[in-house]
Design a protein around this ligand. Structure first.
Ligand code: NIG
Ligand code: FE
Length: 405
């Protein structure tokens, strides 16, 4: 299954989606030393340009490896019971205010060892890889003590060593108020700012810092303190914002140069404008919208109008999006949010990479890292159109074929 060869690899007769656009004609693609080394129109390709290269495959659709820029993949336990409660009419907010929701996953995650968390998370990671993911972000946020948040981040880093995939980690200490801080939210934010962020930065366990800016979580003023601490420690900024109401969290995050504002169903035009200038990416999470049966749509037309790049991610988590199938997210982004298939695929490649501050990823271009997927389909739009596992013929990570059928 896994090839570790280092000789140059050549793909012929490829229908290519480069992360932003579909090429009009079949292409030949050469990979060498972990990078895309050549791209030619198939009709103009001369084999002497790639002498010594081994033919990896012929035909099929090639896309960049998928980038899942927002996941909560590491957790213990499950919340199937809450799913049933919600179907009976109890809201996500009510469950959260009664000590369930995120806090229920916190109880299970605190009780789990690092090895137990690895064992629980690996099948979810493998599901993402089998559906084409080569880069993903994993958040903490179910520990909510310094030790448990760092434990989650270490597990996330270890997952990236156990599988051929690039893992970016995000400290989400400001995800929910732990029970032991009831009535003392500002003190908990101090713990996040003065202990968690410095420790995660010192141990190089976090690439970014995230917050949940919401009535059931943290206020804009509290989130701003977290952003300032992140900046002091040189960490990138992200935000869960405008998911259930409009508190202005996205505009606040954008003022701090955030890489992304995520969810954003309740974002208004002022918020979109605020994101446009610093280039903050809008991360759309149609899985959570679907599972919570939300009705407020994110402002897609305004995002297009202001040129705000739109990423699409799984938000894989035990509460609002227990779904580890990124191509289903492309489908939901189209059916629920009315993205075009091209926008949805760009959202899971080029724009997903931008949301992680890695604009050289998520593209197929000469000189770019060779993270690639070869799919058994006729055209790229099929990835969003049909929901079907098992279409990935080859997955290439850093120039090495790591999955082949
Ligand atoms: O992205 N919105 C907050 N955080 C997660 C949900 C976490 C949970 O319910 O466990 C989200 O939807
Ligand atoms: Fe999330």
């Amino acid at each position: 299954m896994v090839s570790s060869q280092s000789s140059p690899l050549l793909w012929r007769n490829i229908t290519l989606f480069d992360g932003l656009e579909q090429f009009p004609e079949p292409m030949a693609v050469l990979v060498e030393h972990g990078l895309v080394a050549g791209l030619w129109l198939e009709s103009e390709f001369d084999p002497s340009q790639a002498s010594g290269a081994k033919e990896a495959a012929s035909g099929g659709v090639m896309t960049p490896g998928l980038v899942d820029c927002h996941t909560h993949l590491v957790y213990a336990g499950d919340r199937a019971g809450e799913f049933e409660q919600r179907l009976e009419g109890v809201s996500y907010e009510t469950i959260a205010r009664n000590g369930g929701g995120i806090l229920s996953s916190v109880r299970a995650t605190r009780a789990a060892s690092e090895d137990e968390l690895i064992a629980a998370s690996l099948p979810r990671l493998d599901a993402l890889l089998a559906d084409g993911v080569t880069t993903l972000e994993i958040k903490s946020g179910y520990g909510l003590t310094v030790a448990d948040e760092l434990k989650m981040l270490r597990v996330a880093r270890r997952l990236g060593e156990l599988r051929p995939v690039r893992v970016l980690t995000t400290l989400l200490g400001a995800h929910a108020l732990p029970l032991e801080y009831t009535g003392r939210a500002d003190d908990y934010v101090s713990l996040v700012c003065d202990e968690m962020i410095p420790a995660a930065a010192h141990e190089r366990l976090a690439d970014a810092v995230d917050v949940f800016c919401e009535g059931i979580a943290f206020s804009p003023a509290q989130c701003e303190r977290v952003f300032q601490a992140a900046q002091r420690h040189g960490l990138a900024i992200k935000a869960h914002a405008e998911q259930l109401s409009n508190l202005g969290g996205s505009a606040l995050a954008a003022r701090y140069g955030a890489l992304s504002a995520d969810h954003i169903e309740y974002l208004d035009e002022a918020g979109v404008r605020a994101m446009a200038e610093p280039g903050t990416v809008a991360v759309l999470l149609p899985g959570a919208f679907h599972v919570l049966r939300e009705t407020q749509l994110p402002p897609i037309d305004l995002l297009r109008q202001y040129g705000v790049p739109m990423a699409v991610a799984s938000d894989a988590n035990p509460g609002t999006s227990p779904i580890c199938m990124p191509t289903l997210m492309a489908n939901l982004a189209c059916t629920l949010f009315r993205l075009t298939p091209r926008e949805a695929l760009a959202g899971m490649t080029a724009h997903g990479a931008r949301a992680l501050g890695l604009p050289h990823l998520g593209r197929i271009a000469v000189g770019a890292p060779a993270d690639l997927c070869l799919w058994d389909i006729r055209q790229p739009a099929e990835l969003a159109y049909a929901v079907q596992a098992g279409r990935l013929r080859q997955r290439v990570f850093n120039g090495v074929v790591t999955h082949a059928r």
